[in-house]
Design a protein around this ligand. Structure first.
Ligand code: ZN
Length: 403
């Protein structure tokens, strides 16, 4: 099924659907625990929902692919990341909360080290500190370009965001990062006529950046990649007929939600504040996306016990959320972030769909965890992009297909 098919059968629905995403939910047993973080956590409420609903494990992008949070979330909204590809530049802009507008061209930048002959000796400039990065961005920001506005914003360590804004810019420009050391940076090359002006501006920018950074070793040059602009995608309302409200604390998730036409509500990290925002906007939307970040952060830090604690906090807060009158609830992650790996991973992500009022056909899963979910009716490796449409079907968002 494509999004067009859902859009053709979408019908008005009163029921409220909530997609609760615990970022990086999936885990692994580690040296001290024979269970995953989710299996180890005490989650009576999630277990009860699992028992009444259906469970499984999904793969956000494809088998064996480790997703970034941007593509992971697009999959969860039913926008398969292979088709709905968004460049690194746009993802970087969303990640720092930059107000990217239609027609802007964004790129991911790296400070790097070049030697006297211009050959790259370190693509990451020794991973300079974020403070140092901010200083260098100040310098780059002063560069003036004819007929375009320039924005340079620090990200983390050696990474920064570059945005060009102006008339007639295209994002079809090749990376200047050759992706290996021992080579000189590439010229920004336009791949289409619409991007010639952009490539010219970038050439000027990089010439000037080289001069201004010359005595700033190890960060004496910049590399650019992932040139991209805001994509022209169907909104979640166009795709499914629902009105979406997103409750999140971090820029990336708010940005992806905005890309899909959702209203965005700023929360803090607590489930209480998220539930309160859903309560306040209950009558404005029939679909809510609620995002919890800390499961992923603790996974990345290798903090098994802390990740368990966040899962338990979310579990304890679930009755308040469901008690608002939620008709359909989907709970999952955008990828796995096992504390044992201190990183995102390719492992399938546990998922459950619960619905009230006898519209769900229960399976035999009684506990929400990676191993129990293998036996659920959603399957042990279902495509992540089918989760939301399936949840919305339980909210009667779709009419019959064909006569
Ligand atoms: Zn994530």
């Amino acid at each position: 099924m494509t999004l067009d098919t859902y859009s053709d059968i979408a019908q008005p629905a009163d029921a409220h659907t909530v997609l609760l995403v615990l970022d990086g939910l999936g885990g692994l047993p580690d040296a001290e625990h024979s269970q995953t973080e989710l299996e180890f956590a005490q989650t009576p409420n999630l277990d009860a929902l699992a028992a009444e609903g259906i469970c499984g494990l999904h793969e956000p992008v494809a088998s064996g692919v480790t997703p970034g949070s941007g593509p992971g979330h697009l999959a969860l909204f039913g926008y398969h990341p292979a088709k709905y590809y968004v460049g690194r530049g746009v993802l970087s802009a969303l990640g720092v909360g930059f107000d990217l507008r239609k027609g802007d061209v964004a790129a991911r930048g790296n400070f790097c080290t070049i030697d006297e002959s211009g050959v790259i000796t370190d693509r990451r400039a020794g991973r300079i500190s974020t403070e140092k990065n901010a200083e260098l961005c100040e310098i780059l920001r002063e560069i003036e370009l004819p007929g375009a506005e320039l924005f340079v914003q620090p990200v983390k360590e050696h990474r920064f965001l570059l945005v060009l804004r102006g008339e007639g810019l295209g994002s079809g420009v090749g990376d200047t990062d050759p992706h290996e050391t021992g080579k000189t940076p590439l010229e920004p090359a336009p791949v289409d006529d619409a991007s010639r002006k952009t490539a010219d501006l970038l050439r000027r920018f990089l010439d000037e950046a080289g001069k201004r950074l010359a005595d700033r070793k190890p960060a004496n040059m910049a590399l650019l990649r992932g040139f991209s602009s805001i994509p022209d995608w169907p909104s979640i309302t166009q795709s499914y007929g629902v009105s979406g409200g997103a409750v999140a604390a971090y820029p990336m998730y708010k940005g992806v939600s905005r890309l899909l036409g959702m209203s965005v509500y700023d929360s803090d990290a607590s489930m209480q504040s998220k539930t309160q925002l859903v309560r306040e906007h209950w009558n404005d939307h029939n679909f809510f996306f609620v995002h919890v970040k800390k499961t992923d952060s603790h996974g990345e830090d290798g903090a098994f016990a802390e990740k368990v604690k966040i899962i338990e906090e979310v579990d304890a807060a679930l009755p308040d959320l469901v008690g608002l009158g939620v008709d359909v609830l989907a709970v999952t992650g955008d990828h796995s972030t096992p504390a044992a790996m201190k990183a995102h991973s390719w492992h399938p992500v546990p998922a459950l769909i619960w619905a009230k009022d006898h519209v769900i056909r229960p399976d035999e899963v009684r506990r929400f965890g990676e191993r129990p979910c293998i036996h659920g009716s959603l399957g042990p490796r279902f495509p992540g992009s089918s989760l939301l449409p399936l949840a919305l079907a339980h909210a009667r968002c779709f009419d019959k297909f064909g006569a």
